[in-house]
Write a protein that binds this ligand. Structure first.
Ligand code: SAM
Length: 482
């Protein structure tokens, strides 16, 4: 909660001018308790089973297929199920953005401003492991957090990179079916949640954000294939960064049109009346207001790149040829990085089959090419064209680590597993799972060797069984007392 006195005066004056009769309700929302949200991970559990295993009271969020409100006292961030990737904690109104993007299995999708990964992980859930998801975050440290969240949620078909938008738009021109720009913004919708957002706000900052958003959108526009979808969102209220940015973008770029968001009746419309020169269709963008629904507030616009307009035929052709060339290349500058070799693939596949008893069901779900990054072996999505010339944090699903000519299964592989995917497995209780996350060993009931541990159907990692003991291989950096 925050009070009126802690909000920037110029912000309040502006909102009063814009909202008129609605201003009082808007202002009162800052005195109310905020609502907390989490999202079920549909890659790991069905809705029915989720509601059965979740130990906290949950209430459905009407605009997000997998979203629920929870009570602050529940602390779902401190539970084994969180570490196992059963859900992602996300602000409720932020969940509307990916619903508007409407990703489909098998598509190529780019999340251009992706850290810490709320929307990336939501997109992945809707893709159901099929197709290519590229999650990009320009700031390196934030990209690491993004990569960890992608791993925790057990996402196999996601490549995580850390590049400037202009670099990606040169390499992947007109490549993606859908691109999301969840833009850096002045964060007015974060004021109740974060004191820092209130402190950093100024009218100048709003205008600077609008300029930066325009620069990002310009690059994003090049990445969408003709007929594809571009979704733009912010967690701020200022018209300059929302209706204003979209109007300015459409003035510059006539290859895009605004599309109505299908569930827009749940939300409030964008406000063409707040601009001097609003682009046609601005009323079809959507706003989520904290005084109209239980969430902190967001803005979402859905645009479609029309036909081939604005894309020279050659651009599409060149891009296709360039992607295919990159796709074929097996080595990057360091020689062994991103290297695909059939001997390695054979040995690794044998390890997965014989030592872990990975089942055909898992192989079918996770098509890809096996590649080596140093001593790490990854399964990279078939659709991913180039790993060259881009800062990659995660080229796909990490399967194995090769150590002195032997393999160890990766934690990311564990997190991608469902109970029917693996023969070498052992079920554990909540107390055992908590001890495991602290780094303790458990007793083993099965055969010697690598074993995947499952709590309530969620894999929490690999252990190595020997002499009745299950040696703990939970990554040291992730160990915690819950
Ligand atoms: N989509 C994320 C999620 O749902 O978890 C939140 C993204 S946050 C609103 C915006 C992100 O854009 C930040 O992580 C920020 O580091 C990144 N960013 C900042 N400046 C950028 C720029 N010039 N180009 C691209 N991304 C930028």
């Amino acid at each position: 909660m925050c009070n009126e006195r802690s909000l920037p005066t110029a912000f309040l004056a502006k909102m009063e001018r814009l909202l008129g009769g609605e201003y009082e309700a808007f202002l009162n929302s800052y005195g109310e308790q905020r609502r907390y949200g989490l999202r079920r991970n549909p890659l790991k559990i069905t809705e029915e089973d989720f509601l059965r295993v979740m130990p906290f009271p949950l209430q459905k969020i009407s605009w997000a297929r997998e979203g629920y409100y929870y009570d602050a006292v529940s602390q779902p961030g401190r539970h084994v199920l969180h570490e196992a990737g059963a859900y992602y904690i996300q602000e409720p109104s932020a969940m509307a953005v990916v619903e508007a993007l409407a990703p489909k299995p098998g598509e190529r999708i780019l999340d251009l401003c992706a850290a810490p990964g709320g929307k990336t992980t939501q997109i992945a859930g809707k893709m159901q492991g099929e197709g290519l998801l590229v999650a990009n975050e320009v700031i390196g440290d934030r990209a690491k957090i993004l990569s960890q969240n992608v791993e925790r949620m057990g996402i196999a078909n996601c490549v995580v990179c850390s590049e400037k938008p202009e670099r990606l738009s040169t390499l992947f021109s007109a490549f993606f079916d859908r691109v999301l720009v969840d833009a850096p913004c002045s964060g007015e919708g974060m004021f109740r949640k974060e004191e820092a957002a209130r402190g950093e706000w100024s009218e100048t900052a709003v205008l600077m954000c609008a300029e930066r958003q325009m620069a990002i959108l310009r690059e994003a526009a090049k990445l969408v294939k003709p007929g594809g979808v571009l979704v733009y969102s912010t967690c701020t209220f200022s018209p300059e960064e929302n209706e204003g940015t979209i109007s300015a973008f459409l003035r510059e770029n006539n290859a895009y049109d605004i599309e109505e968001i299908s569930f827009a009746d749940l939300l409030a419309p964008g406000r063409p009346d707040w601009l001097e020169h609003a682009a046609p269709g601005i009323g079809q963008t959507a706003r989520l207001w904290p005084h109209r629904l239980a969430g902190e507030g967001h803005f979402v616009a859905r645009l479609r790149r029309n036909g081939n307009a604005g894309v020279e035929e050659t651009e599409v052709e060149e891009s296709k040829a360039a992607s295919e060339k990159r796709f074929d290349r097996k080595k990057n500058r360091k020689g062994n990085v991103g290297k695909e070799d059939s001997q390695l693939s054979g040995e690794a596949a044998l390890f997965l089959e014989k030592e872990l008893e990975i089942k055909e069901a898992w192989n079918k779900k996770h098509a890809g090419r096996m590649i080596r990054f140093g001593e790490q072996i990854y399964l990279t999505p078939c659709e991913m064209p180039a790993l060259t010339g881009i800062r990659i944090l995660r080229p796909g699903l990490q399967l194995l680590t090769e150590k002195k000519n032997r393999f160890e299964p990766a934690h990311a592989l564990a997190l991608s597993l469902l109970p029917d995917d693996i023969g070498k497995r052992q079920d554990v209780s909540l107390a055992e799972a908590s001890a495991w996350l602290r780094g303790e060993s458990l007793s083993s009931q099965g055969e010697k060797g690598w074993t995947a541990l499952f709590y309530e159907g969620f894999c929490i990692g690999f252990g190595k069984a020997s002499g009745g003991q299950m040696k703990n291989h939970y990554p040291k950096g992730l160990r915690k007392s819950l």
